[in-house]
Write a protein that binds this ligand. Structure first.
Ligand code: GLN
Length: 514
């Protein structure tokens, strides 16, 4: 039997049900590993609360009324509000804040029987690509502690890679589940926008924010996603009114050594669309003569190679690779950083020192109180986005920036629909590089924004998308491949990822020392 902390969610759930070990034993093991807070992954831990939840799970198992994931531990990104743990959203302005209620996603996972290990570090209000924007310090990457874990769900990815938790929640506004999953060698999925309730998720950019699970495998993500999703119409106005699904239902292996030869539409081969702009013989493939390890668009050759190898693997399983085009995807960076800043400037107006969170100690009048509270409470990146957002929404600039961005956002979504006429899923890189060194880009916001080029398009379109590990790059750092499905096709997306993980071991690789 594997060590408890090396088990997947599926293995833990099965072992708990069979009473091979108890929920208290499992929780105790993870709490011990979390001691000393390795990688600065956690922001709040309460062993007594965790152990009490584990004991309650053991009681349910003994009585025979266990939930599907009864007793399996999970940790939550500190963007989800929780009654029993503090919620800071990685910001000083919410230091020690305690919510009177649990986010819907948190309560759904509790109802499924999951035990909460604590709250995970993240970029302030989920704004970032490196987890260096947390007011509580950066998170380090378990594969190389001199490197970033990715962001904004960096604590979630680092905790799973370091075996501090078997599973975690993340949120993805423009890549924050996929990119840290890729950088830490784990698996993560962002469902279709509206699948998971945003109630109790501290809002960053409401038209993009979406919760999703992060774990070691697609199989685990399917189990977690099935417990997280479902309509929440009374509490989230953008919640989709579609019944929740069992996202594991397509994981069973079809017969034969070419399982993908019949996994596409009408029993034909699964067609994987590869955007020519990302990997094809297009202009971005031209190598930069000055830096042979990097393409002219900034993508590392090592990343490209790992993706191409993974695609070849898919072809050997019977998939058909077809070139598709996403012509407007290259505009995602300006579009996203206008839209998300606009929405953030509005969402973050609630942090004014009146209703909750930090309030400046000294002030002369109300306006001065607002100003001092927000100056003291928000970090640089958050202030930058509030300023950009207020600017693009202001009179005279709204049409020039915000409206234009919304129009191009629509065109990006339409490009995907044209592409999906030719294929079942789309594959490409998650990020142009592997995890960079701590501090390398911390003074350069634009360098951080550029690293989001491959994750932003699916976010802007609201499509389900995931990251799976496909091996290590030259520096020994994990590379992630992105898989994008059409709306509500999460079950298919997870089965496509699962097929790969059944015949490869990249997702099982463990960083040294973990
Ligand atoms: N890196 C992107 C940003 O900084 C995405 C963040 C996210 O998905 N929460 O906004």
């Amino acid at each position: 039997m594997a060590d408890l902390h090396d088990m997947t969610v599926a293995e833990l759930a099965a072992g708990l049900k069979k009473k091979d070990f108890s929920a208290v034993e499992v929780a105790t093991r993870f709490l011990a590993r979390m001691g000393g807070n390795p990688h600065n992954a956690f922001l709040d831990i309460h062993s007594e609360t965790t152990l009490a939840q584990a004991q309650a799970s053991d009681d349910k198992i003994a009585k025979g009324n266990a939930g599907p994931l009864e007793g399996v531990p999970i940790a939550h990104k500190d963007i989800f509000v929780t009654k029993d743990f503090a919620t800071t959203a990685g910001s000083k302005i919410l230091k020690d804040y305690r919510s009177p209620f649990d986010a819907t996603v948190v309560s759904k996972l509790r109802e499924a029987g999951m035990v909460t290990l604590g709250k995970l570090n993240c970029d302030e209000f989920a704004m970032g690509s490196a987890n260096e924007n947390s007011a509580y310090g950066a998170v380090t990457n378990p594969w190389d502690t001199t490197r970033i874990p990715g962001g904004s769900s960096g604590g979630s990815a680092a905790a799973i890679a370091a075996r501090l938790a078997p599973a975690a929640t993340g949120t993805d506004t423009g890549g924050s589940i996929r990119q840290p999953a890729a950088f830490c060698g784990i698996t993560g999925i962002k469902p279709t926008y509206g699948r998971a309730s945003r109630y109790g998720m501290v809002a960053f950019a409401s038209s993009l924010d979406q919760a999703g699970p992060m774990a070691r495998s697609a199989e685990d993500c399917a189990l977690l996603l099935s417990a997280m999703c479902g309509p929440d119409l009374d509490r989230d106005s953008t919640s989709l009114n579609v019944a929740n699904e069992d996202f594991s239902r397509l994981l069973a292996v079809p017969a034969g050594d070419k399982p993908l030869a019949t996994a596409g539409k009408d029993g034909g081969p699964l067609r994987i669309g590869v955007p020519g702009e990302w990997l094809g013989a297009g202009s971005q493939m031209a190598f930069d003569s000055g830096a042979p390890a990097r393409r002219s668009d900034g993508t590392d050759i090592e990343v490209q190679r790992r993706i191409e190898e993974a695609l070849a693997h898919y072809a050997s399983l019977g998939a058909e690779l077809v070139e598709v085009s996403l012509p407007q995807a290259q505009l995602s960076i300006p579009v996203y950083y206008i839209v998300c800043a606009a929405e953030a400037s509005s969402n973050l107006s609630r942090f004014d020192g009146v209703k909750f969170g930090h309030r400046a100690k000294e002030f002369s009048d109300l306006a001065d109180m607002y100003q001092r509270t927000r100056s003291e409470g928000f970090g640089d990146e958050v202030k930058r986005r509030i300023m950009i957002g207020s600017y693009v929404l202001s009179h005279g600039y709204y049409d020039a920036y915000y409206l234009q961005a919304q129009k191009i956002r629509r065109m990006i979504a339409q490009d995907f629909q044209k592409a999906f006429a030719q294929c079942d899923v789309i594959a490409g890189p998650v990020a142009p590089t592997t995890a960079w060194k701590l501090g390398d880009k911390s003074d350069d916001p634009v360098a951080n924004y550029l690293a989001d080029i491959f994750t932003l398009p699916a976010s802007l379109a609201g499509l389900p998308c995931m990251s799976i590990p496909v091996g290590l790059g030259d520096m020994g750092m994990p590379v992630g491949m992105q898989l994008i499905g059409n709306y509500l096709q999460e079950a298919q997306l997870l089965s496509v990822a699962h097929r790969f993980q059944q015949v490869t071991a990249f997702h099982d690789a463990t960083p040294e020392g973990a």
